[in-house]
Design a protein around this ligand. Structure first.
Ligand SMILES: O=C(O)CCC(=O)C(=O)O
Length: 270
């Protein structure tokens, strides 16, 4: 185990502008949420642990659109103590709680999302379609581990699209890409264009915010790490879709609908 990263215990307040932008648009970018040094220190553990946790070993060209979007390696905090310290960090959880306007959050799960060289687009989707959580107070922190240029596929968001909540029964894929592209145009939700991020920059988006990312046109891996939180006190929602039952079994094991979403993998943070 490496030595602790001190700034992870510090929690500078986000600006009022950032909080207002998040609540209005359903997403916000926070330049320098972490120092480049902190990210550079955690990166080797994520890359190494992620390689062990990778479950899809098919070549890129044999995967479907979702599979080509990124390699997805989940709950790395359960496999590595340094990543545990990073995922449980006060710094990130406090920022998430401040944006949501709640006292504390719980961890849903982490995931590394590595868009490979030549990797495809990330189709428009709503994350919370998958989550059996009876709250709209859900939020994802997205942190690049390497500088991300526009050609590597950073994310775009449809501002305000979180407001209606669920927008239909669309798992991520070709159908969600087409349906939500059409919906975004019809509703006139402004699309935040993709922009490069430096190491230490981050974005947060709500579980209901429509978002997508372009393909990776470079020879470099677009390494991103995400941490998903929800408001402490939220209960487990209906298991009315196989995807939501799957997620409950994976991330909220032992928690039944109507009960607090507070299983052993969901520490209270913040
Ligand atoms: O990294 C990407 O391409 C998409 C990430 C995403 O959909 C998410 O973090 O919710």
């Amino acid at each position: 185990m490496g030595s602790p990263i001190p700034e992870l215990n510090e929690s500078p307040l986000l600006s009022e502008e950032a909080v207002t932008a998040y609540r209005e648009n359903g997403h916000v970018r926070i330049p320098g949420l972490a120092s480049a040094e902190s990210i550079e220190r955690i990166r080797p553990a994520v890359v190494e642990t992620g390689a062990r946790a990778r479950f899809d070993h098919r070549p890129l060209e044999e995967r479907d659109t979702y599979g080509q979007a990124f390699l997805q390696m989940m709950n790395l905090w359960t496999l590595n103590e340094d990543i545990q310290g990073f995922v449980h960090a006060h710094r990130f959880a406090r920022a998430a709680a401040q944006l949501l306007g709640v006292e504390a959050v719980r961890l849903y799960h982490d995931q590394a999302l590595f868009k490979e060289p030549g990797g495809g687009l990330t189709p428009w989707h709503q994350d919370q379609f998958y989550w059996p959580l009876e709250t709209s107070q859900t939020i994802t922190l997205w942190l690049p581990l390497v500088p991300v240029e526009i050609e590597m596929g950073p994310m775009s968001f449809a501002s305000g699209s979180q407001k209606p909540g669920p927008l239909g029964d669309f798992a991520i894929g070709d159908v969600s890409e087409a349906a939500f592209q059409d919906r975004v145009q019809r509703e006139g939700w402004p699309i935040t264009p993709p922009d490069g991020l430096a190491v230490g920059d981050a974005s947060f988006h709500s579980g209901w915010t429509l978002h997508r990312a372009g393909p990776n046109h470079t020879e470099r891996m677009r390494e991103a790490f995400t941490i998903i939180y929800y408001a402490d006190g939220a209960t487990v929602g209906a298991l009315d879709h196989p995807a939501r039952r799957f997620d409950r079994d994976l991330w909220l094991a032992g928690c039944e609908p109507g009960q607090p979403a507070a299983g052993p993998l969901n520490p209270r943070l913040g």
